[in-house]
Design a protein. Structure first.
Length: 164
């Protein structure tokens, strides 16, 4: 007799999709010496620099949704690889500003098209980039990401019903 599993929750599906995407990006950027997290940092930094910004680690953490401590660790690794430079902010000696080196810009310019191709593949079931379904999906994701979270108690009955 087989056990009937409950329908997956939206949280479980988001987690599975995020893992699928992370693994695919890791594979695509590993020949360039990057991980998915490092790619997220350099690609974001690339876009910010093109917009004339030299962000602090905190600003980049806020932009990427990564923890500031993790961004600091990634930045140190990327600095030792010669992809970014970290300098003290002249306006705030506690803050560290980040910028891509020439090598970092070159690697990032190679990585972005590879990840864009993956994004096209991932979104193909919705019609690909730029389609109404993809725009609606993006709007829904943005709504969920913009919603504030409130902390729940560890033994709160409302959190013990289904898988994440």
């Amino acid at each position: 007799m087989s056990k009937v599993l409950p329908d997956p929750t939206p949280g479980f599906l988001v987690w599975r999709l995020a893992n699928k995407w992370r693994v695919a990006v890791d594979r695509a950027v590993s020949p360039l010496g990057l991980t998915h997290a490092q790619y997220s940092l350099v690609a974001s930094l690339y876009g910010m620099q093109r917009a004339g910004e030299r962000p602090s680690q905190r600003r980049l953490a806020d932009h990427t949704g990564l923890e500031a401590l993790y961004v600091s660790k990634l930045a140190r690794t990327l600095e030792s690889s010669g992809l970014i430079e970290r300098t003290r902010d002249p306006r705030d000696p506690r803050a560290v500003q980040l910028a891509l080196t020439e090598q970092g810009q070159s690697v990032t310019r190679q990585a972005i098209p590879a990840v864009q191709e993956l994004l096209q593949q991932l979104l193909e079931p919705l019609g690909g980039l730029g389609t109404p379904r993809t725009r609606a999906f993006t709007d829904e994701l943005t709504t969920l990401l913009d919603a504030p979270l409130t902390a729940s108690l560890p033994n709160d009955e409302s959190t013990n019903r289904r898988t994440p």
